[in-house]
Every structure is written in structure tokens, then in C-alpha cells.
Design a protein around this ligand. Structure first.
Ligand code: FAD
Length: 397
């Protein structure tokens, strides 16, 4: 089957690209290996800097109706410490909100289909092979294998799973690796407008109200700290050990979820791979986590996924996809704009996470924020919370 673009992965990055390119009249295949709706390890907060993209893909009304309350304050919960501060508003866009990934990702994929994309789900992309001026991608489900071809291939498969695609990263196994965990709670107690950063021995996390009265709690913990927890617990499930550790080490968490009910089960993923990577190589464009990933401490990954997809679509719209030199030039322009938009926040997130996961760093950070809570507001600013993607140059839905 022949297309203009093959998009590998139907998370926020892949679906956004599929919507944008399909609306431009491109023949797009969107390939997603998981069945939706599905929950995902993620804090589910979307910063207001992405509201223009959410509107542009056609989900503005759904967003207003379904996302959790506006987050107008940030906080630090660390040990016995509870400090709150103002969240800076995004220029012209206000405040971010959270929506469960089981809801958001499903809405985006459905919108991509409405825009005209052909959805292959559940199908896993397993191989990319150059074929003259086009590329062939093999996709496989439990029942069948198929080959699709197009001049443009966009890798949007995230960064946490290894595989044979040239854009997939190898798994690491280092003591400092960060493993991700996530859970939903009902009947929790947290101010509706508050999103606290949780700092606890060996890791960091966050909590926020999402849709349907669910509190979304997510965290990252070092592999070595996690191994110690499990050993001390002497068996039991990994997530129970993490849950107990959080409750024991963080007063703010105890007050918020001590009496709450766990909804569903804990999810785990990782190791996560923060950092900047290539955005275009070997004729494959990369968006979302494949292109680069900030530490989840700043809760910007969904925004970067949707915004990078939009940036790429703007560049591709202007070219003849069949011409390799035009693809290369679009790749260079996209890569430069990606760095301008996201480079600083990746560095800021790395610095904040570096403090949070080290005992001395966490103590210093906690003391400084207690003395000067406005540092929390500054941290949110440095992490890109006030920098919306300007999309006026590109026609919206
Ligand atoms: C603990 C934690 C908390 C976080 N909290 C937040 C937060 O509050 N806010 C925020 O903005 N970000 C947060 N993030 C980051 C955010 O989850 C990611 O940055 C975001 O999901 C990236 O989107 P993506 O579309 O690039 O990739 P993904 O969301 O990973 O989507 C990739 C999709 O591709 C599919 N796929 C994978 N391989 C293949 C294949 N071979 N073929 C076909 N399909 C494939 C997968 O099934 C998946 O659906 C958090 C991350 C962690 C670890």
C-alpha cells in the first residue's frame, strides 16, 4: 500500500502529525501497536503552551469539557516540607490542565481518522527499508504482516521500548537509570489548583487532578534505590514497595492519598531516556520522545510531543515529499526550530532532576525553596510553561 507519509506510533506526537498532514491533503498511514484506550505511565498534565495546538487539531471543546481543573499553583512536597507558590501563566493561554492518557490518546487517534489518516491498530512497525526514492515499512499484527511504502517516514514510537527500527534506542541497565511509575487515585485530598513536585529519597514525582475526579500520581525512581526498597520489603510487588516508600517519606503525599483508593493498578515503564537526540537522520524524521525528552520533573513531554509534531508538519507542508533534497532541507529546518523551542527546557529539567535525586541536592533545593518559594515559579518558567508554540503561520482546523 502506498502513502505520502508513514507515521510509526500513535501517541500524542504521532497522532498530532497525522492530523496536521492529513488536513493538508496528504495520504497518511498511522501505525499504533497498542489497542486503545490504554493507560500509560505519565503525569498527564498538559501545559497551557499547547492549547493552540489542541485547538488546531480540533480538540478544543473536548479539552474544555473533559480535562481536570486549571493548575494555578505549584508546590514542593519533600519530607515534612510543604511549600506552595504561584504557577506562571502561559502568554495569552492561561494555565495547564491534566487529562488521562487513556482519554487524550484515544481522542487524538480518532481525530486523525476523521482527518483522513488510515489507522493500522494494533500493528507494530518492525522494519524500515529504503526502496529507491521511497521507504518500505513492515508492520505486523498477531494475524498478519504487511508492507507499506511512502517517501516520508516519521518515527513517533516513544523512547522507552527497544526494537529493530533505526530510530529505536537500546535498553540501558545502569544503577542511575530512572524507572517510571504511575497510578490513579479516587477520593484523594489535594487542592484542586495545585500541582506539587514530590521529592523523596531516590527520586521525584508529581500529583495533579485529571479528568473524572481522578488524581494522577507519577514518579521516577533510581534503579539502585528501587532495588534497595524491594530488598528491604522482602518480596511483595514492586509497586507496593514504591507506594509505601512514598507514604513513609513525604508528608504531603500522606495527606493527599493516605486515605484515598487506588483506581486500577500501578503501571511501570522505563528506564526513561532524557536528553536531546537527532531529529532527522537517514531520511527518517523524529518527533516526540524519539527526538528528545525532558526529565518528567517538569511535566512537558506531552507538550513537546504535540508541538514537535506541529513544527515538523509546518516544514513538510512546504516541500515536495518525493524529492530527497527537499526532505533533507526540511529536516535541517525542523531540527533547528526544535532546538530553539525545547533545548533550554531540557537543560533546565536536567538540572532540577539532578538536584532532586541526590540527597545533598534535595536538601539544598528544599531549603532554598522554603526560604524563597518564588523559586518554584522560576523553575516553572525555566521549564517552558510560559512559552507557547506560535502557530499562526499554519492554518488551523
Ligand atoms: C513518570 C512520568 C511522568 C510524566 N509526566 C508527564 C506530565 O505530567 N506531562 C507531560 O507533558 N509529560 C509527562 N511525561 C512524559 C510523557 O509521558 C512523554 O513525553 C510523552 O508520552 C511522549 O509522547 P510520544 O507521542 O512521543 O510517545 P508515547 O506517548 O510513548 O507514544 C508512542 C506510541 O507509539 C507506540 N509504539 C511504540 N513502538 C511502536 C512500534 N514499533 N510500532 C507502532 N507503534 C509503536 C506506543 O504504543 C505508543 O502508543 C511523563 C513521563 C514519565 C515517565
Amino acid at each position: 500500500m502506498s502513502f505520502d507519509a508513514l507515521i510509526l506510533g500513535g501517541g500524542p506526537a504521532g497522532s498530532t502529525a497525522a492530523i496536521a498532514l492529513s488536513r493538508r491533503g496528504w495520504k497518511v498511514a498511522l501505525i499504533e501497536k497498542a489497542e486503545f484506550p490504554r493507560r500509560k505511565v505519565c503525569g498527564e498534565f498538559v501545559s497551557a503552551t499547547s492549547l493552540a495546538v489542541i485547538e488546531a487539531v480540533g480538540l478544543g471543546e473536548e479539552w474544555k469539557a473533559r480535562a481536570g481543573p486549571e493548575v494555578r499553583r505549584v508546590a514542593l512536597f519533600s519530607g515534612e516540607r510543604v511549600v506552595t507558590a504561584r504557577m506562571p501563566a502561559a502568554h495569552g493561554a492561561g494555565f495547564g490542565r491534566a487529562l488521562g492518557r487513556d482519554v487524550l490518546d484515544d481522542l487524538l487517534v480518532q481525530e486523525a481518522v476523521r482527518a483522513g489518516a488510515t489507522l493500522f491498530q494494533p500493528f507494530c512497525a518492525t522494519e524500515v527499508t529504503p526502496n529507491g526514492d521511497r521507504q518500505a515499512v513492515t508492520i505486523a499484527s498477531r494475524k498478519e504482516d504487511m508492507t507499506l511504502s511512502a517517501p516520508i517516514v516519521i518515527a513517533a514510537h516513544g523512547s522507552w521500548e527497544p526494537g529493530r527500527l533505526p530510530s529505536q534506542l537500546e535498553k540501558t541497565n545502569r544503577p542511575s537509570d530512572l524507572l517510571g511509575f504511575k497510578a490513579h487515585f479516587s477520593a484523594a485530598r489535594l487542592d484542586a489548583d495545585l500541582m506539587p513536585l514530590l521529592v523523596f529519597p531516590g527520586g521525584y514525582g508529581g500529583m495533579v487532578w485529571a479528568d473524572r475526579g481522578r488524581l494522577s500520581l507519577s514518579l521516577c525512581i533510581r534503579r539502585d534505590a528501587f532495588a534497595e526498597l524491594r530488598q528491604e520489603a522482602g518480596g511483595g510487588s514492586a509497586s507496593e514497595a514504591v507506594h509505601r516508600h512514598l507514604l513513609a517519606s513525604c508528608r504531603g503525599v500522606r495527606e493527599a492519598i493516605g486515605e484515598a483508593q487506588l483506581q486500577g493498578r500501578w503501571l511501570a515503564a522505563g528506564p526513561i531516556r532524557p536528553g536531546m537526540r537527532v531529529r532527522y537522520r537517514d531520511d527518517i524524521f523524529r518527533i516526540g520522545n524519539v527526538a528528545g525528552e525532558s526529565h518528567p520533573v517538569i511535566a512537558e513531554g506531552i507538550s513537546m510531543a504535540m508541538q514537535s509534531a506541529w513544527l515538523l508538519a509546518e516544514e513538510l507542508e512546504a516541500i515536495d515529499p518525493a524529492k530527497r533534497d527537499e526532505r533533507d532541507a526540511a529536516g535541517r529546518r525542523y531540527s533547528r526550530r526544535w532546538r530553539e523551542q525545547f533545548g533550554a527546557r531540557i537543560l533546565a529539567a536536567s538540572a532540577i532532576a539532578g538536584f532532586a535525586v541526590r540527597p545533598v541536592g534535595a536538601r539544598l533545593m528544599g531549603g532554598a525553596i522554603e526560604a524563597l518559594p518564588a523559586l518554584l515559579t522560576l523553575g516553572a518558567r525555566l521549564s517552558g510553561k510560559t512559552k507557547p508554540l506560535g502557530i499562526s503561520a499554519f492554518e488551523t482546523a
